[in-house]
Design a protein around this ligand. Structure first.
Ligand SMILES: [Fe+2]
Ligand SMILES: [Fe+2]
Length: 160
């Protein structure tokens, strides 16, 4: 997991995460800090093991740690964070030693992590999509009534 740890030490990742923390300080809805990113990584890895999907652990953690890295640019410049994130992630992945094929798989997953078409997919994109949704504890959230997620999308029960 050396390359995954390198992501968290990368100056672009650190800078974006610090800005995001600042920008989300007063946010009443779901935040996108390290807790969320690790929840997503772990839930995705559990699905990967339980369903024998066979995706490399490092790719799952890399995708999870980077999937919301574009959130700050969404808040400040209005760029959808899946697109902004994929752009930022490209440089980070290259610097952390992921090869071309691995970069492509992770970037595809980041770009499509909000795309309903990923919902039933058995590749990294699908695992990331499902883990991202399952990580949210809507049934325990005080802001659930004001949230723009549809009732159908919200997790009213625990995902186990
Ligand atoms: Fe996201
Ligand atoms: Fe997310």
């Amino acid at each position: 997991m050396e390359r995954v740890n390198k992501i968290c030490e990368h100056p672009v990742w650190k800078e974006q995460m610090a800005q995001l923390e600042e920008l989300e300080q007063k946010r009443i809805f779901c935040k996108h800090g390290i807790e969320h990113l690790l929840d997503v990584a772990r839930i995705a890895y559990i699905e990967n093991l339980e369903n024998h999907i066979g995706i490399d652990k490092e790719l799952i953690y890399a995708a999870a740690l980077l999937h919301d890295i574009g959130r700050g640019l969404q808040y400040t410049q209005g760029i959808p964070h899946d697109q902004a994130g994929a752009k930022l992630a490209e440089e980070i992945l290259r610097d952390c030693g992921f090869d071309g094929e691995e970069q492509q798989e992770i970037l595809d997953a980041i770009s499509s992590h909000r795309d309903i078409q990923s919902r039933d997919c058995r590749k990294l994109a699908g695992v990331l999509y499902r883990a991202d949704k399952r990580s949210r504890m809507c049934g325990f959230c005080k802001a659930s009534g004001e949230c723009n997620w549809s009732e159908e999308k919200k997790n009213h029960q625990l995902y186990v």
